[in-house]
Design a protein around this ligand. Structure first.
Ligand code: NAI
Ligand code: BGC
Length: 257
């Protein structure tokens, strides 16, 4: 087991990559706080808790919190410390996207996406980081995207948020290394999750995406969870301030070959 006795929070863990990650961390021996956004996601989050506890050995709790709310994030971290005695893995996974032409993007859309993807990552990093700095250190893993470096027409706020997470991660890695905290991004390519419903429901769009991927298929959430588990573990003890790309080769831009 990679993470025996560790204490983790995974945000947006009621679905997709977050769910697979929470379940994988539990199987690797971590106790996991399964964060979910709102009442709508509560039942799914409780199912994730049940599946973690059933598989063991990690224990799990479900905690509602909007990652863009400072008071929610403070409460989520405090509840995790009460339940498990600390936090030493923070997985900033919660994220949203919306396809909209740049020139039609409202300030409201812009702020909503930045608030969840970038401010949410900052708040969770800061609050979990304080606990880690006062304990024995820890690891912060941010779910960025290949769109932290690949521009994506129609998704400007999303790309800006993920690009922001890249420099936040790099700066945090430098600043927090002396406190025993590693900070790493995972950059998935196209993964089969609810965020991609608009592609998965459209065979032509799905085929177009697959053509951009040298491995020839979209990824599975478990393939991202495996990278998170490794990055959070002692096996990655010399890895900080960098992005681990898990994209089936998508960032090689096969169209240009
Ligand atoms: P998803 O839609 O299943 O997961 C996103 C999760 O974030 C949901 O559980 C949602 O309830 C939660 N969430 C949204 N707003 C929140 C808030 N304010 N507070 C707390 N939770 C909130 O989709 P997926 O794919 O699992 O996304 C997870 C992360 O992976 C996102 O950050 C996304 O940008 C990133 N990603 C996904 C890729 C993909 O192809 N599926 C590729 C690259 C990155
Ligand atoms: C987006 C997905 C997209 C993938 C590859 C991710 O950041 O959330 O919708 O399929 O990047 O373009």
């Amino acid at each position: 087991m990679l993470l025996e006795g560790r204490k983790a929070i995974v945000t947006g863990a009621s679905s997709g990559i977050g769910k697979a990650t929470a379940e994988r961390l539990g199987r690797e021996g971590a106790n996991v706080c399964v964060n979910y956004y709102s009442d709508k996601e509560q039942a799914d989050a409780h199912e994730v808790v049940t599946s973690i506890e059933r598989a063991g050995p990690g224990r799990a709790i479900a905690v509602q919190a909007d990652v863009g709310s400072e008071t929610d994030v403070e409460r989520m971290v405090a509840e995790t410390v009460t339940a498990f005695g600390g936090v030493d893995i923070m997985v900033n996974n919660a994220g949203i996207e919306k396809q909209i032409p740049l020139l039609d993007t409202s300030q409201e859309d812009w702020e909503r996406i930045l608030r969840t993807n970038l401010t949410g990552t900052f708040l969770c990093l800061r609050e979990a980081g304080k606990v880690m700095a006062g304990g024995g250190g820890g690891v912060i893993v941010n779910m960025s995207s290949v769109h932290e470096f690949i521009p994506w027409p129609g998704f400007a706020p999303y790309c800006a948020s993920k690009g922001g997470v890249k420099l936040l991660m790099e700066t945090a890695a430098r600043e927090l290394a002396p406190k025993g905290i590693r900070v790493v991004n995972i950059a998935p390519g196209a993964i089969v999750t609810p965020i991609n419903k608009f592609v998965l429901d459209d065979p032509e769009a799905k085929h177009a995406v697959e053509e951009e991927i040298p491995i020839g298929r979209m990824g599975e959430p478990g393939e991202i969870a495996a990278a998170v588990a490794w990055a959070a573990s002692g096996e990655a003890s010399y890895v900080t301030g960098t992005t681990i790309v898990v994209d089936g080769g998508m960032s090689l831009y096969p169209k240009f070959v």
